[in-house]
Ligand binder design. Structure first.
Ligand SMILES: NC(=O)c1ccc[n+]([C@@H]2O[C@H](COP(=O)([O-])OP(=O)(O)OC[C@H]3O[C@@H](n4cnc5c(N)ncnc54)[C@H](O)[C@@H]3O)[C@@H](O)[C@H]2O)c1
Length: 286
């Protein structure tokens, strides 16, 4: 193991390049986008990666890539919105590995965006299924084994839109906010079992789902006002924070939701105007 406990109970990092050495890490939606970025980085840090992925081509691609680079990875054909698939995933992983040390709930989707006045019970259910219900289901499937082992780190990737007002689809925003608050509540519940629970409020990550790099004619100019850090984000930006939360680097951190957003949440209503060379809070000044 890369991390030993010192006499006073504090984790001592023995190898900073292998922060998850030998840890079993389940990643939902690990075939592409942010989940794939997390799978790559975790495997590079010595994790035994278990990807739950609905898309076989994406699963094959990440498996070949990670295994080709010498990492440990298995992929499971799983739709996390289907309870029987989740049960099979838990059975397979626990039968092979005997335990799960890290769970990353990453699956989620904002599509289709539905203005609230046009939303329906069906569209509410769809948002619930893809952004929240499976977070309960997959977490519920692995928590008993984490309790038995008295060890675990759960990381849920939700959205900065669950941490601020999201006018374009309030139901999506509400589902992500629920995932963030579930994180907070579960952390308090499970801390005494040696399990930490944290979340990531993503924004601006270039992925297949959210393609920031095409479709914006003035994209270069846009970044200066869009993100305080002045650039698009990458799955790796999210993965580094997931690594911190999954590993003993964050041994004293639980119940938190970290915006990994290039500063959009912190910026609130303030936008940098390249034209005026100053921050403005009125769109007409942009
Ligand atoms: N990209 C962003 O800027 C951004 C912003 C806010 C929130 N998020 C959140 O981050 C997470 C990851 O987003 P992304 O942009 O990487 O998404 P993505 O769609 O690019 O990738 C998601 C992966 O999950 C898989 N998947 C989808 N449904 C599945 C299911 N039912 N079962 C198993 N696997 C499934 C997909 O095949 C894909 O490999 C999501 O929860 C999303 O809501 C992303």
């Amino acid at each position: 193991m890369s991390v030993a406990m010192t006499g006073d109970g504090l984790p001592r990092i023995a190898d900073w390049n292998r922060l998850l050495d030998g840890r079993v890490a389940v990643i939902t939606g690990g075939g592409d986008g942010i989940g794939a970025g997390i799978a790559r980085l975790f495997a590079r840090h010595g994790a035994l990666v278990e990807v739950a992925e609905i898309d076989q081509d994406r699963a094959d691609r990440i498996r070949d890539e990670v295994a080709g680079a010498g990492g440990s990875i298995r992929c499971h054909a799983v739709d996390v919105t289907i309870d029987a698939d989740v049960a099979r995933l838990a059975e397979d992983v626990l039968a092979e590995r005997g335990r799960v040390d890290v769970l990353v709930n990453n699956v989620g989707d904002y599509r289709p965006l539905v203005p609230f006045e046009q939303s329906t019970p069906e569209s509410w259910q769809q948002q619930y299924d893809i952004n929240l219900r499976h977070v309960f289901a997959v977490t519920r499937a692995f928590v008993p084994s984490m309790i038995d082992a008295h060890r675990g780190s759960i990381v849920t990737v939700h959205s900065v839109e669950g941490m601020r007002g999201y006018p374009k689809d309030p139901v999506y925003g509400a589902m992500k906010a629920a995932a963030a608050h579930f994180t907070t509540c579960l952390a308090v519940d499970l801390g005494r079992h040696g399990i930490r629970v944290n979340g990531i409020g993503t924004d601006l990550a270039q992925t297949p789902q959210v393609d920031y790099l095409t479709g914006y004619e003035d994209v270069d100019e846009l970044w200066a006002s869009w993100a305080p850090v002045g650039r698009v984000g990458w799955p790796e930006d999210q993965a580094r924070v997931a690594l911190f939360l999954a590993s003993d680097q964050s041994a004293f951190v639980t119940g938190h939701n970290i915006p990994v957003d290039g500063g959009t949440k912190a910026g609130g209503g303030w936008l940098f105007s390249p034209r005026e060379g100053r921050f403005v809070n009125r769109s007409r000044n942009l």
